[in-house]
Design a protein around this ligand. Structure first.
Ligand code: NAP
Length: 295
């Protein structure tokens, strides 16, 4: 475990589940000289002080960014462009700006134009999370054994990329580097579509008549329960993901609809072989995920 100060001053703009978990890693391993937290609401900032994950707090992104060596944008992705614009005049030469957004192309397009020359922008995305939000929901072990994907820009400073990578290694993450558009296509299928399906199923169930709705909750079996957990994820964050990864999500949704229609046909025709063949194939995928220790 590293214990030398990696960044004299770290600023988090947005410090909920992900930002506060990162701050806890910095605290645990003494990787930051000081931490400043920025959020809109005083209650978020008070929670950070109470939890001991920030030394100073502010509602002003520019004040947070001033003199910071590492600035982590960890707010819903729809806010990232405005935050970058606000911080820009105060970013010091040599500072590193990183983010944790679940979509990369749109965030890069929104943030990069505001990052001054001499400041390094290293976009990132930890593939870790829970359905809970806010600074109280974070924990240092969140990233342990999970992937952190970096999507450096063409011409990114290798030393800055390495510093961000070193943070994620300290957090226990496995690292991968990807092209941002490729990242967005991969995540559309592995994360965004599953969330869309969960939101749909739980939404459909809640639209049923009242008596049936009660039974859905009362007799909720593991399949539906798992969907309700996913569908409890933060509405603002997920709204922003679908608005910002539109093309990739619509493409996988089209494929999904075609596959669903094929399944519908197999059920209608009583084609047991087709159903069995699909379920056997998907069971093998689950075993692959368990073998890759991503279960
Ligand atoms: P969260 O727990 O809801 O935290 C969001 C934080 O941003 C809060 O501190 C919130 O505080 C602050 N915030 C919101 N709008 C802001 C603004 N305009 N200016 C400054 N601060 C603002 O969210 P999260 O789960 O940590 O997600 C944050 C980011 O991580 C998102 O971009 C998401 O795509 C990404 N991510 C999430 C997960 C996950 O599973 N949750 C996984 C990987 C990546 P106030 O309300 O007080 O402003």
């Amino acid at each position: 475990m590293a214990d030398a100060v990696m960044f004299p001053r770290v600023a988090f703009v947005g410090i909920g589940l992900i930002g506060s978990s990162m701050a806890r890693v910095l605290r645990r391993d003494k990787l930051a000289g000081s931490i400043v937290a920025c959020a809109r609401r005083q209650e978020t900032l008070d929670a950070c002080l109470k939890l001991g994950i920030a030394d100073a707090v502010t509602t002003d992104p520019a004040a947070a960014a001033e003199n910071a060596d590492l600035i982590v944008i960890a707010s819903p992705i729809g806010t990232n462009g405005d935050i970058a614009r606000a911080m820009a005049p105060k970013l010091k030469p040599g500072a590193i700006v990183t983010d944790v957004g679940s979509v990369k192309r749109a965030v890069i397009d929104a943030v990069a134009p505001h990052v001054p020359k001499g400041v390094h922008f290293v976009p990132g995305h930890p593939l870790a999370g829970t359905e809970h939000s806010g600074p109280e929901a974070g924990f240092a072990e969140l990233f342990q054994g999970r992937w952190a994907i970096l999507t450096p820009l063409i011409g990114s400073d290798p030393a800055a990329v390495e510093k961000v990578a070193a943070f994620w290694r300290a957090a226990g993450s496995k690292l991968a580097t990807m092209d941002p558009d490729h990242h967005d296509r991969v995540l559309a299928i592995t994360s965004h579509l599953p969330h869309l399906i969960a939101y749909t199923i739980v939404g459909t169930a809640s639209d049923l008549a009242d008596d049936l709705k009660q039974e859905v909750i009362q007799f909720s079996a593991s399949g539906f329960r798992d969907f309700t957990r996913i569908a409890a994820s933060d509405p603002t964050m997920w709204r922003d993901i679908f608005l910002n990864n539109k093309d990739a999500v619509l493409e996988v949704l089209q494929r999904f609809n075609e596959d669903l229609t094929a399944l519908q046909k197999a059920i209608r025709r009583g084609d047991g072989d087709a159903l069995h063949a699909l379920f056997a194939r998907t069971r093998a995928i689950r075993r692959g995920i368990i073998d890759a220790k991503q279960a």
